[in-house]
Design a binder for this molecule. Structure first.
Ligand code: SAM
Ligand code: SF4
Length: 361
């Protein structure tokens, strides 16, 4: 049964985790071939950053001038990347792949990497998170290569505001891309929205109405301290509670979390359904206790968490001639060290050195 807090959010999980499996909590990993950690979590969802480059400059993500991009030689080649994905799926029990960035559509060879991933056994579920620029002409090829689901980031429906937030005048491109994705059968197309106080926090109702009318599923993401400029402030963040309060002025929301599993979004049926809206309350309602993610950066570093302050260098192993078995073992060791939670609310919290665009959101 779902219980409800004063925020109207279903209380489903805590962000502290207790060891669940005695074999894992005994201090050693045991013989489990999967990506287990000492808190009993198993990482089965691999987030892959294909590039740190981007053609937008969202204010909450990177500065207007962009960032010093990763030199090409440091980036994994397609062959190296597919080898790591193969190890993850074949040897480590990963069954979901999400390609992201930076902007993944900027990665040459994207369709080839996706097709190679889709050819693996067991066939992983494949999704893509994109800003949607240029998606209109790529959507059919991406679907044909093997993408199952797609998330497009869209923070506003107003052209001037879009240009203010992303520092580029590309709203129509993004809307065309979303329509093309839907036409290509990439279902559901989800919209990721970050609300910024005093910028677009008056738009949640408009955005949800648009999503419902056009058959997209909207998810609001609380802004996290992952911007390159280190400008995030807790007090400035638009909280899940505020977002739900605003939506409830226009819609009836009913909790729909029966099969949430490790999904980060708390889902709500809109006016009785079937349309739904999600809220990813990473800051005010962390879901670390149910996290099933492992992350790979474009330069071949494994991260156990978005907020991890350490990385494991698989590229060095790849380029140093290590076997698949040795690489798999290094990946397991990296995930075994995953911390219980991201610690944003703890006094000693330190933002990771890499910004979101270089980790892969
Ligand atoms: N460029 C692609 C895009 O925008 O969809 C993929 C990478 S982007 C880093 C992935 C997601 O992270 C986007 O939905 C974006 O809105 C979100 N994001 C970026 N910076 C964020 C932050 N500081 N807090 C919360 N979400 C953020
Ligand atoms: Fe680019 Fe995505 Fe960051 Fe926006 S959120 S600047 S689209 S990487």
């Amino acid at each position: 049964m779902v219980t409800t807090t004063e925020l109207g959010l279903p209380a489903l999980r805590t962000h502290t985790v207790a060891p669940r499996d005695p074999a894992h909590s005994a201090g050693s990993r045991g013989a489990d071939p999967r990506l287990v950690d000492r808190f009993g979590r198993v990482a089965t969802d691999l987030r892959i950053s294909l590039t740190d480059r981007c053609n937008l400059r969202c204010t909450y993500c990177m500065p207007a001038e962009g960032l010093p991009w990763m030199p090409r030689a440091e980036q994994l080649t397609d062959t190296e990347l597919v080898r790591l994905i193969t190890i993850a799926v074949r040897d480590l029990g990963v069954h979901e792949l999400r390609f992201t960035g930076g902007e993944p559509l900027l990665r040459r060879g994207l369709e080839g990497v996706i097709a190679a991933s889709a050819a693996l056994t067991p066939r992983p579920d494949i999704s893509l998170t994109t800003n949607g620029v240029g998606l209109a002409r790529r959507a059919a090829a991406l679907a044909a290569a093997g993408v199952n689901r797609l998330n497009v980031s869209l923070d506003t429906l107003r052209p001037e505001r879009f240009a203010e937030i992303t520092r580029r005048d590309r709203l129509d491109d993004v809307l065309d891309g979303m329509r093309a994705a839907r036409a290509a059968g990439l279902s559901p197309v989800k919209i990721n929205t970050v609300l910024l106080r005093g910028v677009n926090d008056d738009e949640p109702v408009e955005l949800l109405r648009y999503a419902v009318d056009h058959g997209f599923e909207l998810r609001f993401i609380e802004q996290m301290p992952l911007d390159a400029q280190h400008g995030w402030q807790r007090a400035e963040m638009v909280t899940a509670g505020e977002i739900l309060g605003a939506l409830r002025t226009a819609f009836t929301l009913t909790p729909d979390d029966h099969d949430r599993g490790a999904a980060p979004a708390e889902r709500w049926l809109v006016d009785g359904g079937p349309a739904a809206v999600g809220v990813i309350a990473s800051v005010t309602r962390p879901f670390c206790g149910a996290c099933d993610r492992t992350r790979l950066t474009a330069d071949g570093q494994v991260r156990s968490c978005l907020f991890a302050r350490t990385e494991t260098d698989l590229r060095a192993l790849l380029r140093g001639g290590s076997s698949d078995a040795a690489i798999a073992e290094a990946w397991r060791a990296a995930m075994w060290g995953k911390l219980a939670g991201h610690g944003i609310d703890e006094p000693g919290f330190l933002q990771p050195d890499r910004p979101m665009s270089a980790i892969g959101g």
